[in-house]
Design a protein around this ligand. Structure first.
Ligand code: FES
Ligand SMILES: [Fe+2]
Length: 444
């Protein structure tokens, strides 16, 4: 249980708040590279600030204030020029660093006018990596955008999924260090949703949490496994500050503001050896629905949809003054304490956890990964089809989120050389998730 003041300090995202300042020391994925190829200007809200992301005609990315400093027009209606974004109202032009390059009428009537020097716009750096566009909103010099090892894996089909979640990001991230929920929410609940009453999945008998440079590893032993199982000996990763990394995919919980989160999923599927070499020219993205358009009910078939339902169920902002933490919640206490400590560190001018500044370190950074060998070295089609090497789920279904578009399914099928199940309902696929894994990460 937290005091109201501590609960409040954990959830704040705006500049000038303690957590808001801490969060401004990290990079956030805010769009797909492919998205800006289709439409070069995008409205973005990040850390309680309204912004506009764009790609100019020279290929530079910019992230600027939503409102023009002239008379506050909405720059999401702006149009990209050779260099920068031009306001659609009176044509003022701003570059990616926020400099005002042109004020067309003033420049016309007085070619020596330097008024534009007085009207810069707020601007933040943007970098492209792994098919995503990332923003940094903190003080300079910016830390490096992490180069996690899976971003450099070869022969993989990657897809990116965005979903807007109407609750605070921190309760989403607490889910990244919560092994026991897996049993009840991802194994047993789907069973009940399908009208069955059993048998329930293997129960957790032990959980563990180890801190490392870039987050925490959470570990589990269930009644059908022991400590030789990679889910104990390697574990899954609560990646700092706002991500869950399972091996085959990342899930970032991007803080939009105090009551909204952008879920960004990045999913890697290694193609079977008979499809190698495989090069993906462009990483596709899609928007994952969260509710049923007919009923307005939350979707509950996809693994992450189940998570979303839990997060929003906690309220827009989880009231931690009313909770009763138990033995399964040690990891949650640990990460809260680390955030409290890091708020202090940042307030005192220091770098918080997992800030990377050395380019030698920021090169293919290894992470704890169950089944790493297979992700890196590949496997045969027989291995792929007879087992579930990616996150222990079947390769013929996308189990993580509902609503995968047909075009993405077809692209995946082409890449993998397989046919996805005709029944695109995905709850059955969770049987794969319950599968027991051997020490090398392959299914038992
Ligand atoms: S409001 Fe943007 S140029 Fe006038
Ligand atoms: Fe989950």
């Amino acid at each position: 249980m937290l005091t109201e003041a501590n609960n409040q300090s954990l959830i704040e995202t705006a500049a000038g708040t303690r957590m808001g300042e801490l969060l401004r020391r990290y990079w956030y994925p805010i769009a797909a590279v492919a998205e800006l190829e289709e439409k070069p200007v995008k409205r973005v809200r990040l850390l309680s600030e309204d912004l506009v992301l764009y790609k100019d005609l020279s290929g530079n990315y910019g992230l600027v204030d939503r409102h023009c400093p002239h008379r506050r027009a909405d720059l999401s209606f702006g149009y990209p020029e050779e260099c920068g974004l031009r306001c659609h109202y009176h044509g003022w032009l701003f570059d990616k660093d926020g400099k005002c390059l042109e004020q067309p009428f003033d420049d016309m009537v007085d070619s020596t006018s330097r008024y534009k020097d007085k009207t810069p716009i707020k601007a933040y750096p943007v970098e492209a990596k792994a098919g995503l566009l990332w923003a940094y909103m903190g003080p300079q010099p910016a830390p490096l955008l992490p180069d996690w090892e899976p971003f450099n894996w070869k022969n993989g089909f990657v897809q990116i999924v965005f979903s807007e979640i109407p609750c605070n990001w921190f309760q989403c991230q607490e889910n990244s260090i919560d092994p026991v929920h897996f049993e009840w929410m991802h194994a047993n609940w789907p069973l009940r949703l399908k009208g069955k009453t059993g048998p329930y999945g293997a129960r957790h008998t032990k959980v563990g949490f180890d801190e490392f440079d870039y987050g925490w590893v959470y570990k589990r032993v269930r009644e059908d496994t022991d400590e030789t199982n990679p889910l104990w000996s390697i574990g899954r990763v609560c990646l700092w500050p706002n991500c869950l990394f399972t091996g085959g995919h990342f899930e970032w919980r991007v803080p939009v503001d105090d009551t909204k989160t952008l879920s960004v999923g990045w999913f890697f599927n290694r193609v079977p050896k008979d499809r190698e070499p495989y090069v993906q020219n462009s990483i596709p993205y899609w928007i994952g629905p969260t509710t049923d358009p007919k009923t307005g009910e939350w979707l509950t078939n996809g693994v992450m949809n189940q998570d979303f339902a839990a997060w929003v169920g906690q309220g827009e902002i989880a009231d931690r003054t009313g909770e009763h933490l138990a033995r399964s919640d040690r990891g949650i206490v640990m990460i809260r304490n680390r955030f409290f400590e890091d708020m202090e560190t940042v307030a005192n001018g220091g770098d918080p956890k997992a800030t990377i500044r050395d380019p030698k370190i920021n090169n293919d950074i290894p992470l704890p990964i169950v089944g790493k060998k297979q992700f890196v070295e590949g496997f045969t089609r027989e291995q792929l089809m007879s087992s579930s090497v990616f996150d222990n789920v079947t390769p013929t279904r996308f189990v993580f989120q509902e609503g995968q578009p047909e075009a993405i399914k077809r692209a995946y099928e082409d890449a993998m050389g397989l046919k996805m199940d005709d029944d695109h309902g995905i709850s059955d696929a969770l049987s794969g998730i319950r599968r027991v894994t051997k020490p090398d990460g392959s299914p038992a």
